[in-house]
Unconditional design. Sequence first.
Length: 357
Amino acid sequence: MTNVPSYLREYAGEYAATPRDAALSWFRDAKYGLFLHFGLYSLLGRHEWVQLKELIRPGDYAELAHAFKADKFDPEAIADFAVDCGMRYINLTSRHHDGFCLWPSRETSFHVGNSPCGRDLVGELAQACDKRGLGFFLYYSHGRDWKHPHAPNNDRWGGSARPNYNPPELTYASGTAHDLNYYVEFMMRQITELLSDYGPLAGIWLDGIAVPLHPRDESGNPIEGFDPRTDADAFRCQELYDHIHAQQPQVLVSYKQGYLGTEDFFAPEHKVYNRFGDAAKAKPGEVCTTSGGGWGYTAGHPYLGADELWQTLKTTREGSYNLLMNVGPLPDGAFPEQATQTLRAVGERIRTEGMPG
């Protein structure tokens, strides 16, 4: 029993036989989780894509790290909050598209350890979840990175792979100097860090490659007749999935709404959706949506009321999907009061009426 991850203790027999099957059984039963989008973008309160939308240069954006304190980001309180709201797991943005890491990565200096916060937020929340038997997922931006010089560029991967700076950003490799494999190896090493340092994890939740992905020629025109999934070879996606499972066999892999179709579960935004048809119906699903504004904290944007959130949960569960409800913490790491009140009210309704579906 001691070798079974705390969130899987009720599935110990199945875990002894096949860890991933136990994890899939747990995931189907979990039904409801908490998503957290927190990073440098939270300081500006203008959406987690603020660097791209407002064309903030990487060097200027990196200055935000000097103000990142997260002094009210309390993993123990967050885990207690999730339990109180009837949730069974938490998913944290370990690294979003801006490339800033919420753990002290050995692969880059652009991380929380080099900010006034100086803490390992991934490690702290992993421990808090483990103590309470909550599954802990890590969101990782895979197909977009606005910091790494060899991450996908707009010349092949569409207009939103990078901010469209004019003049071009000199820190980004381009043309024949650009080598995606450097970035793919970097990601493999970072994800290995997460698997090595913060286990046992419940899942790695990948994001970033647009589906369908449609590369463009040197003039910016779409390449006709292109199967978007063939680009998975360049990103070595299946190799990454296999590596994750080899490192921790219970870890579930998702790539948002699905990229190859070999993911352990699919996680479309806002509504039940299966892009792979009958062949994938046996796999579990999860709808990810947000309680208000953008995914990251967006000042002045309205939040869902308790009745709206309950209906979202009900509709999602009627489709046999889990609901992953997002909160974008405030710049200091505290939760917005409106989101807190709404989620607590739904948690109380779950206690009195039971989980929908």
